[in-house]
Write a protein that binds this ligand. Structure first.
Ligand SMILES: *Cc1c(COP(=O)(O)O)cnc(C)c1O
Length: 440
């Protein structure tokens, strides 16, 4: 077709569909998609003509629209926010070793629920349990979709129709509407609140326990802190009380670190202090895939395993592959610090981050600025990680987000800060190219 210079010269959708090149597209795409693409191509052409530009190759535009519809919506993003466990940016990037497991298991068949030795049905829960038991000192372990599901399953299996005692200081909202009281209600258990927002004593729990009590729940104040006139019993005190009454103590740790990190309570310490079950996330400080992990007493884990909700909340094979891969790396703690991205980023000395910021500033003509990073993911809200960023004009923020790959930084005081704690050295050239094209 010849160039079109006025709206009148544009064909109708039907006429465009009759064009031989557009008609050929119907062989590979369904008709509705091609019609839709033709409509969008004509809309685009109309806008350009109104803007005073000539329009040519309408068939090519239809093809372009069809291609654009297939471009992935879920995209890799370069995280220059300095927030290591960024919930909006997908939380934990996976270690190469974990990713290899996903590719290998996803590509073909696997023994997901097959016991190779007798050649009969097995359980998907067996693949990660060994690592989890070794890493935490627990008797048994179970994996579900996320930690919200883990807490819900634990309460449903142990306390449905009965009471769960929780401190008022721990009735937290984690984000995206995950509120402990709601999860409790959905599990079919009844919430019994004890103490006050800032002070709860063992005696408060003691008074609330009755024949109806099924679980004593402790929730880690993962994403907030109460300071000042405060009091919470230690886990040991709660464990002594629970054990005396024959009631399980469930500890929702949220992040669940395996080693020591700031004042985050390690999973092993929680079990050693007497928690009967501990629930934590796979994709917070563990640095693995989204998953909910429950470790603890074998008889209780078994009750969770046999509960009908377990089937609905179970993790899929790709998650299990990534989690097993991540846990295997954790078995060698030094290797975990090098290879698990979340651990590497959180533990990297500020001087090393500064080197990358200097390098990025040289590549982009920016300046180096000292910053403070947050852990993110609802963990360690007060922890401050010293960091360094490359500062650029604020006007680059929007074009960088629109780039390919998008680069997301932080806008502060008229500057765009590209924090280098969450950018790998190998990503700096890519960021520099993105900045160059954002300057256009
Ligand atoms: C983050 C968190 C959860 C929810 O974990 P997800 O893996 O995001 O489902 C539950 N409880 C606590 C205390 C948390 O910090």
């Amino acid at each position: 077709m010849a160039p079109h210079q006025s709206l009148r010269e544009l064909p109708s959708v039907d006429r465009l569909l009759a064009d031989a090149r557009v008609e050929a597209l119907l062989e590979a795409h369904d008709r509705a998609a091609v019609v839709d693409a033709a409509r969008r191509a004509l809309e685009g052409a109309r806008r350009e003509i109104l803007a005073g530009r000539d329009v040519s190759d309408l068939a090519g535009r239809v093809e372009g629209e069809l291609r654009a519809a297939l471009v992935p919506r879920l995209r890799r993003v370069l995280n220059a926010t300095g927030v290591v466990v960024h919930t909006n940016l997908g939380r934990a990037p996976l270690a190469p070793g974990a990713l290899e497991r996903v590719v290998e298991i996803g590509r073909g068949y696997s023994n997901l629920e097959y016991d190779l030795d007798p050649g009969s049905r097995g359980s998907r829960q067996d693949h990660c349990a060994g690592h989890l038991v070794a890493l935490t000192g627990a008797e048994a372990a179970l994996v579900v979709n996320n930690n919200a599901a883990a807490v819900m399953l634990a309460l449903a299996a142990l306390a449905e129709g009965r009471e769960v005692v929780v401190s008022r200081g721990e009735l937290v909202e984690i984000g995206d509407g995950f509120r402990i009281p709601d999860v409790l209600a959905r599990s079919g258990a009844r919430l019994v609140e004890v103490g006050t927002t800032n002070r709860t004593r063992v005696a408060d729990y003691e008074r609330a326990l009755s024949e109806q009590t099924a679980v004593l729940l402790r929730v880690h104040q993962s994403n907030f802190r109460i300071v000042g006139f405060t009091e919470q019993p230690s886990l040991e005190q709660l464990a002594t009380l629970a054990r005396g009454r024959g009631i399980p103590l469930v500890d929702d740790l949220g992040s669940g670190v395996l080693g020591a990190f700031h004042d985050e309570p390690p999973v092993r310490a929680s079990l050693a202090a007497g928690a009967d079950l501990v629930c934590f996330s796979g994709d917070k400080l563990l640095g693995g895939p989204q998953a909910g992990i429950v470790v603890g007493r074998a008889d209780l884990v078994d009750r969770l395993r046999r509960h009908p909700l377990q089937r609905a909340l179970r993790a899929d094979k790709l998650t299990i592959a990534a989690l097993e891969g991540t846990l295997a790396i954790h078995r060698e703690p030094e290797r975990a610090l090098r290879e698990i991205p979340v651990l590497r980023m959180l533990n990297e000395p500020a001087a090393a981050v500064r080197e990358r910021a200097v390098h990025l500033a040289a590549l982009t003509g920016g300046t180096v600025e000292e910053t403070v990073c947050r852990v993110g993911g609802g963990a360690l809200p007060l922890a401050e990680l010293p960091s360094f960023a490359c500062a650029l004009p604020e006007a680059l923020a929007a074009p960088l987000r629109a780039g390919d790959p998008p680069v997301v930084g932080i806008v502060r005081d008229g500057h765009l800060l590209l924090d280098c704690r969450t950018l790998a050295h190998a990503e700096l050239d890519e960021v520099a190219r993105a900045v160059a094209s954002a300057r256009g």
